[in-house]
Design a binder for this molecule. Structure first.
Ligand SMILES: Cc1ncc(COP(=O)(O)O)c(C=O)c1O
Length: 440
């Protein structure tokens, strides 16, 4: 067979799509051709509201001129330079700006290209930090059920999403998972539930079981996004912090979704007033325009790793070809400038109360088993029809037809509007979501 004979006439066949029901997609393609502001446009010109800010990554809406221009300018000036042993001006500037936004002390910033890479970076920093301090036996990680930390081996191993794990073997050894925080006592609570701080004691149990001095880090999303907006119960994150501090375990917050304003402050760490030792971020750092991610590390953690190495030697054998990519840095710098100048995160505080009230109002509608939310993140659990997730997927497809792009995490239907949306546009999103759910 010649090479060309293996090329299909079906224009959709050759892309193997990520996290997608590929065969179903061939039958019922959902193609997005263009976007502007908070709207997408399909190939036939149909207009759709972006109810998920892309994948939680475009708070400013699509097509901001300032970002586009910064990217074009950077492409002309310097399209690429190797990040190992060389540096580009934009990366240092961006690191400084990010360090000004992170909680005090977390001011050493390492860039990467995706949230998954940021998570791997954070986990490796944790291991090496302990090792250079003579605690190389601290190799265990504690994650959480229903956590999502990307798809690389470290990330899915500490993550707690069954479908992301079961096809891929045993993963990283020495990982324990705390219970997730969705409990009946907090059903239909919008914001933080009163009950459930005790779930943090799971970490203490792993300390008791394995010995604190075997555990490198505990990693959680302050609000778990990908499994349907799991808001931490009051006191839960504080208690995790206490246990980590008491036992020398590093606390890693994965703020890939919550970072850059989603909860009303720059980071959820600030919203919940709990400071981790290491923090990952991605997505909204560049308003989704160019892949970019970062890890913020406590200053003394970085210093300890640097000091442990001989002079003129690489201290941390880790990095990516596209770490601190100059074009991504330019996109992120332009994005952060807009956040500052437009006071973007304050807008979340303005929009969130009405949004959360609307999501909360699904309580009592037929077939709704829970509602959750915080900031501009809201989720409605629908009772499954048949196989778990089947109804959620049907709702996603129907919403697309009705002019709304949303997320379905199994049977949790999630809205995460761009901060640039008006209150009316958010109401429209919720209205379409309600209609599609009730029709499903
Ligand atoms: C909390 C969290 N961590 C990590 C990731 C992985 O990021 P990426 O898809 O950029 O690799 C995601 C993606 O949604 C995420 O939500």
């Amino acid at each position: 067979m010649s090479a060309s004979a293996r090329i299909s006439n079906d224009p959709l066949i050759h892309q193997w799509m990520p996290f997608t029901a590929n065969r179903q997609f061939m039958e019922q393609p959902r193609i997005i051709a263009r976007a502007e502001g908070v709207y997408y446009y399909g190939t036939n010109g149909q207009k759709m509201l972006d109810g998920s800010s892309g994948l939680y990554c475009i708070p400013l809406g699509h097509g901001r001129r300032e970002i586009r221009e910064a990217v074009a300018k950077q492409m002309e000036e310097l399209d690429y330079a190797p990040p190992f042993q060389y540096g580009v001006p934009g990366a240092f500037k961006l690191a400084t700006e990010v360090a000004q936004m992170t909680p005090p002390g977390l001011n050493r910033i390492m860039f990467s290209g995706s949230g998954s890479e940021a998570v791997e970076t954070a986990m490796k920093v944790a291991i090496q930090y302990h090792r250079v301090r003579g605690e190389g036996q601290r190799q265990r990680f504690v994650g959480r059920e229903r956590g999502y930390h990307g798809v690389n081996f470290g990330g899915w191993s500490v993550g707690g999403m069954v479908n992301n794990r079961k096809a891929f073997g045993v993963g990283l050894p020495g990982v324990s998972h705390m219970r997730h925080t969705v409990i009946p006592e907090n059903k239909f609570v919008m914001g933080q539930g009163e009950h459930g701080a005790y779930l943090a004691e799971d970490l203490q149990r792993f300390v008791d079981l394995h010995g604190a001095d075997t555990i490198a880090a505990c990693i959680v999303e302050p609000i778990a996004g990908s499994t349907g907006i799991l808001v931490p119960p009051k006191g839960y994150l504080d208690r995790l912090r206490e246990i980590c501090t008491q036992h020398g375990i590093l606390l890693i917050f994965d703020e890939v979704i919550t970072g850059f304003g989603r909860t009303g402050e720059a980071f959820a760490a600030q919203t919940f007033n709990v400071t981790p030792d290491i923090m990952t971020m991605a997505k909204a750092i560049s308003n989704g325009s160019i892949p970019m991610a970062a890890v913020a590390v406590r200053e003394d953690i970085q210093q300890t790793i640097l000091d442990a190495s001989p002079e003129n030697s690489v201290e941390f054998f880790h990095g990516y070809t596209y770490s601190a990519h100059p074009v991504a840095c330019a996109a992120a710098l332009a994005t952060l400038k807009i956040y500052r100048e437009e006071n973007t995160f304050a807008r979340v505080k303005e929009l969130a109360p009405a949004f959360l009230e609307q999501i909360g109002s699904f309580k009592g509608l037929p077939g709704i088993s829970d509602t959750r939310g915080f900031g501009l993140l809201g989720a409605v659990d629908v009772e499954p029809h048949g196989k778990p997730g089947a109804r959620g997927f049907k709702i996603l497809c129907k919403a697309f037809e009705q002019g709304l792009v949303l997320r379905a995490a199994g049977d949790a239907i999630v809205l995460a509007p761009p901060f640039a949306a008006t209150a009316d546009e958010i109401t429209q999103m919720v209205d379409i979501m309600r209609k599609v759910i009730l029709d499903s």
